[in-house]
Design a binder for this molecule. Structure first.
Ligand code: ARG
Length: 461
């Protein structure tokens, strides 16, 4: 039997394999709410413009509400023969209200319908992700405030560089997430133009009011070009790019959690709630959640990469290839949401080991820059010379296998005779972080003020 939605010029039905390759209902049924919302707005507009009678519109809207109810309660029978959510809904509407259902598709196509559905879905998805990003910022800022003065090693090249504070380190991620939220916000703003009424590709000869449907669905305006409207999936790409960058940030943090929770680093502890054991090694406490946040990043990048490849060779306008935008996008949003929840949970759960972090903060001559700065400030050496002198003093300490502050004044004076006992004031890690008062620096007072400012801002959102 040929397809009852579009089978007019077909003599027989599709090959069996078509149900598998062509049908999208298994994954696009999650667009049901958006699809019905779009159809109701479209029907109302067809009524307002006199294209449909008031009775037809009433029957259609009531019927769509019933369909929505059936889907919500789980009694709706999705059919793969009907390919996708659009035709499943319309077909059921015809069962319920008869021929008036066939008038709903006046002046539209599945091409503008699916683009509209995806935009509606993406908007909600972005709002959900944004709320989770804000929650993660909150968790980080709270923890940062509690440990604004906890000294830890700061690394470059993963080598001890200069001491920083744990709060400062956490607030670095707050800044990244602030930019992530900006990216989602921009993507949302740009996608918020309504494709509905672009019809298949060329627009329609019916006197529709696209401004009315755009407004009814909460879009800023209708899209300006019908060919673009049905072909555009860069709103999906842009959202996936924002997801990818956010996931990359989460993955870097997850990697740090993995490192920090090793017995070798032992900078932070995760409670039993966020660790798992080994089935053979009784001593193990594995940071599985952090590893999975790191690992799941791959699927999110994959969704972005996959869709870029799908779209890159497509001539205008719609092509069925575009149906491939959905599974990756749904999965990426779901995955990012999971990762955000797990990360916020770990942040709230983690307890830094302040003593261990402090002990390691000075390791590897991490206050050498403070010594060089002192030579510049107090003795008036050019920084390059101070760098050289400090290098020699570090070499001396390293040869003796002691820290900088464990050298005697006489030993330092062998390298630079004008050094005074006051130098010892700058060699400790607390003094080092306290001195970093420049805008954005790691001084504990700076960090606490930043954390408070963030908490204040987030509280007002
Ligand atoms: N299921 C399709 C998709 O997701 C809907 C649009 C189909 N349009 C068409 N002319 N076959 O892209």
């Amino acid at each position: 039997m040929s397809n009852r939605m579009w089978g007019g010029r077909f003599a027989s039905g599709p090959a069996e394999i078509m149900a598998d390759i062509n049908a999208s209902i298994d994954f696009d049924k999650r667009l049901a709410t958006q699809d019905i919302r779009g159809s109701k707005a479209h029907a109302a507009m067809l009524g307002q413009t006199g294209i449909l009678s008031a009775e037809d519109v009433e029957a259609i809207v009531a019927g769509l509400d019933r369909v929505a109810g059936e889907i919500e309660s789980g009694e709706f029978a999705f059919s793969r023969e009907l390919e996708d959510i659009h035709m499943n809904v319309e077909s059921r509407l015809r069962d319920l209200i008869g021929p008036a259902a066939g008038r709903l598709h006046t002046a539209r196509s599945r091409n503008d319908q699916v683009a509209t559905d995806m935009k509606l879905w993406m908007r909600d998805a972005i709002d959900g992700i944004d709320a989770q990003l804000a929650d993660l910022m909150q968790a980080l800022a709270e923890k940062a405030l509690a440990h604004a003065d906890a000294v830890m090693p700061g690394f470059t090249h993963l080598q001890s560089a200069q001491p920083v504070t744990f709060g400062h380190h956490l607030l670095a991620y707050v800044e990244m997430i602030r930019r992530d939220r900006g990216r989602f916000k921009c993507a949302r703003r740009r996608l918020n133009e309504c494709p509905l009424g672009s019809a298949a590709l060329a627009g329609t000869s019916f006197p529709i009011d696209r401004h009315a449907t755009a407004e009814a669905l909460g879009f800023t305006r209708p899209t300006a070009n019908s060919l673009d409207a049905v072909s555009d999936r860069d709103f999906v790409l842009e959202t996936l790019a924002a997801c990818s960058i956010a996931a990359m940030h989460l993955s870097r943090f997850a990697e740090e959690i993995v490192l920090w929770t090793t017995p070798q680093f032992a900078f932070v502890k995760l409670s039993d709630a966020f660790t798992t054991g080994s089935s053979i090694m009784p001593q193990k406490r594995n940071p599985d959640a952090a590893e999975l946040v790191r690992g799941k990043t791959g699927r999110i990048f994959g969704a972005l990469q996959g869709l870029l490849v799908v779209l890159k060779g497509l001539p205008l306008a719609y092509g069925k290839d575009m149906q491939e935008d959905k599974e990756g996008a749904f999965d990426a949003i779901h995955t990012l949401s999971l990762c955000l929840a797990a990360t916020a949970g770990m942040v709230r759960d983690m307890e830094p080991d302040r003593d261990t972090m402090r002990r390691w903060a000075g390791a590897g001559y991490a206050t050498a820059t403070d010594l060089a700065d002192w030579l510049v400030r107090v003795l008036g050496l050019p920084f390059r010379d101070a760098h050289h002198v400090t290098g020699r003093i570090v070499g001396l300490a390293s040869a003796k296998d002691v820290g900088l502050e464990e050298l005697s004044l006489a030993e330092m004076q062998e390298v630079e005779p004008r050094i005074t006992p006051a130098v010892f004031d700058v060699l400790g890690v607390e003094a080092s972080v306290r001195s970093r008062t420049s805008h954005g620096g790691t001084a504990p007072d700076n960090v606490a003020a930043q954390a408070r400012a963030w908490l204040d801002r987030l509280g007002k959102e």
